[in-house]
Write a protein that binds this ligand. Structure first.
Ligand SMILES: O=c1[nH]cnc2c1ncn2[C@@H]1O[C@H](CO)[C@@H](O)[C@H]1O
Ligand SMILES: [Zn+2]
Length: 372
């Protein structure tokens, strides 16, 4: 047993994952062949995966987002959307994820004649089939795009599908120059419908963006929130001296932060992982969750994000249980369903692993002990 195997096996909850940011390279190649899409640089899946990651790992969000042109290009038919959603669920199972909220922007999938509703129906079909075959729970979040003008329509679409598996509405895309306030009608529509909002904020723009997302747009969760650290005063040793009003509000209201460690390095939200404010947020008891963002572009999995948290922030087994419960508490499915996962899936899963680790460490010497 290794720490990696333990982290892979324990139940995990993923709240921030882009469907069009997590395709398998092999699938992209096959789908591109089917539609004669010529813009891929290679037909070798390993090289293609590396190419996406290299393209994304440039230290700014604008370049990070460029790869999506190719993934969305091969997701323009009902069949391809079903396939990608289904395979995502299989990948979740392999990664030990028990519940996932995946997201995509329906407006980016209309190039070959699909209507907005068709895209949502197809993705839901793939997710449902995946749930049946792999036993992973899911919720679907629809993204409006910051640089597009149809966010109200997407918000309406999300509400229309609330009984079929759509659980919330998000705003994604380039942050600088596109404040969430510009999409206020979409957010007000969601609020009036008693529905759920998460917004990408504080990734490529500062704390102002997080403030707008919460106080103007009514966000229930924040995607990334990395730059909330700008509202926290630290001393030279990194200890908290004072919270600004916004940080205090986020802390007190238990607003969930969808932290994406590796993606934040690739987009330049932080210069290196050691400097990610996650450690401070966690220590100060913000409601943090750990997420993948874009598994293809960021070459990551939930297991890898957890490994990163072990390596750089010294998290232990109990910390992961706490964070996973945080995530489940913050999911957009009904309260009773969240409790079901917490008490019937997550806690027993951690307990089982705890017993295995204890017996493993008892027979191994001090040097070979694994995470506990
Ligand atoms: O880290 C991110 N920040 C902002 N937008 C993103 C990020 N990752 C992906 N997308 C955007 O969300 C769309 C729907 O899934 C993607 O097409 C991409 O443009
Ligand atoms: Zn994202």
């Amino acid at each position: 047993m290794t720490t990696e195997l333990i982290l892979k096996t324990i139940p995990k909850v993923l709240l921030h994952d882009h469907l069009d940011g997590g395709l398998r390279p092999q699938t992209i190649i096959e789908l591109a062949d089917e539609i004669k899409y010529k813009k891929l640089p290679t037909k070798d899946p390993i090289e293609l995966g590396e190419w996406f990651h290299r393209g994304a790992n440039k230290g700014n969000l604008v370049e990070y987002l460029q790869g999506f042109e190719h993934t969305t290009a091969v997701m323009q038919t009902k069949e391809s959307l079903i396939r990608v959603a289904y395979e995502m669920m299989e990948d979740m199972k392999k990664d030990g994820v028990v519940y996932v909220e995946t997201r995509f922007a329906p407006a980016l999938h209309l190039e070959k004649g699909l209507y907005l509703e068709d895209t949502v129906k197809a993705v839901l079909e793939g997710l449902e089939k995946g749930k049946e075959d792999f036993g992973v729970g899911y919720g679907l979040i629809l993204c409006g795009m910051r640089n597009m003008k149809n966010s109200l329509e997407i918000a309406e679409l999300a509400v229309n599908f609330r009984r079929q598996g759509v659980v919330g509405f998000d705003l994604a895309g380039e942050e600088g120059g596109y404040p969430p306030k510009k999409h206020i009608d979409a957010f007000q529509f969601i609020q009036r419908a008693n529905f759920n909002i998460t917004i990408h904020a504080g990734e490529a723009f500062g704390k102002e963006s997080i403030w707008q997302a919460i106080q103007w747009c009514g966000a229930h969760r924040i995607g990334h929130a990395t730059r909330l650290i700008e509202d926290i005063v630290l001393d030279n040793e990194g200890n908290v001296v004072a919270f600004g009003d916004l940080a205090q509000y986020v802390l007190d209201k238990r607003i969930p932060l969808e932290i994406c460690l590796l993606s934040n390095v690739h987009t330049g939200a932080v210069d290196k992982i050691e400097n990610h404010p996650f450690g401070i947020f966690y220590r100060e008891k913000f409601r943090v969750t750990l997420n993948t963002d874009d598994r293809l572009m960021s070459d990551t999995t939930m297991t890898k994000e957890f490994m990163t948290a072990v390596k750089y922030f010294n998290l232990n087994f109990d910390d992961f249980e706490k964070i996973t419960i945080n995530s489940m508490k913050s999911a957009f499915i009904p309260y009773k369903e969240r409790l079901h996962y917490i008490y019937n899936v997550i806690k027993p899963g951690y307990q089982k692993m705890r017993e295995q680790i204890l017996s493993f460490n008892n027979i191994k010497g001090e040097n070979e002990k694994v995470i506990q």
